[in-house]
Design a protein around this ligand. Structure first.
Ligand code: CA
Length: 227
């Protein structure tokens, strides 16, 4: 985390100050913006390693910032700072390119841990995409191995797992998974994902009823945790 450049876009002065102090104390270089216009400018020009992004902002809102960052093909992790009980807003933000969210009021320690995980993975993204636990996902061969032995997956289970494993630690909305893995097929519903997740869990989870790798995020979707 030390030496990382973090952009914080938040219009609530006390929260912006608190976050700035916290991450500065961790040795980060903190860039801050109290409105969306300034935030967008810094997001596109300052090459941050991670962005903490409030959604309701003066001038330009957080959604527009997400969209603009991804339109510029920047892959910087974006963590949204959202209000409680706004699942639809969270899903919209994830659809527009945010990676994760924390709900206000959040525990600063939890946010720091989340930020740390994203920064760490950014350094080892390639490795993390192919290995988790005792598993190795061979993307070229479309095969999954556990300790060298092949685990039989259906084509959809493989595609789903590859999609999840390439996005470790991120909150993934059902719709985004559906579009990426099932495409525009007419006969799929969000329940198709749930069924595929269930069969996949049965093959990879030590305890499918208390999943370690493919975690459910209530009302939102799923999160893949490789560690
Ligand atoms: Ca706000």
């Amino acid at each position: 985390m030390k030496g990382s450049r973090i952009l914080i876009v938040e219009d609530e002065p006390a929260l912006l100050r608190g976050l700035t102090d916290t991450f500065t104390a961790k040795g980060c270089e903190v860039l801050s913006a109290a409105d969306g216009e300034r935030g967008l400018e810094l997001a596109l020009s300052a090459q941050p390693d991670l962005i903490l992004l409030d959604i309701m902002l003066p001038k330009v809102n957080g959604y527009e910032i997400c969209r603009a960052v991804r339109e510029h093909s920047l892959d910087v992790p974006i963590i949204m700072l959202t209000a409680r009980g706004q699942e639809e807003d969270i899903v919209l933000g994830l659809n527009l390119g945010a990676d994760d969210y924390v709900t206000k009021p959040f525990k600063i320690r939890e946010l720091v841990a989340r930020v740390n995980a994203f920064l760490r993975r950014r350094h080892s993204a390639r490795d993390a995409a192919c290995r988790f636990g005792e598993f190795e996902l061979n993307l070229a061969a479309h095969k999954l191995f556990r300790g060298g032995a092949e685990v039989e997956l259906t084509a959809k289970e493989f595609q789903l797992l590859a999609y999840l494993a390439a996005r470790p630690g991120r909150a993934l909305a059902r719709n985004d998974i559906l579009n990426a893995v099932w495409g525009s097929s007419v006969f799929v519903t969000p329940r198709s994902i749930d069924r595929c997740v269930t069969t996949l869990r049965a093959k990879i989870e030590p305890d499918p009823h208390s999943p370690k790798y493919i975690q459910t995020i209530r009302d939102i979707g799923y999160r893949f945790e490789p560690e």
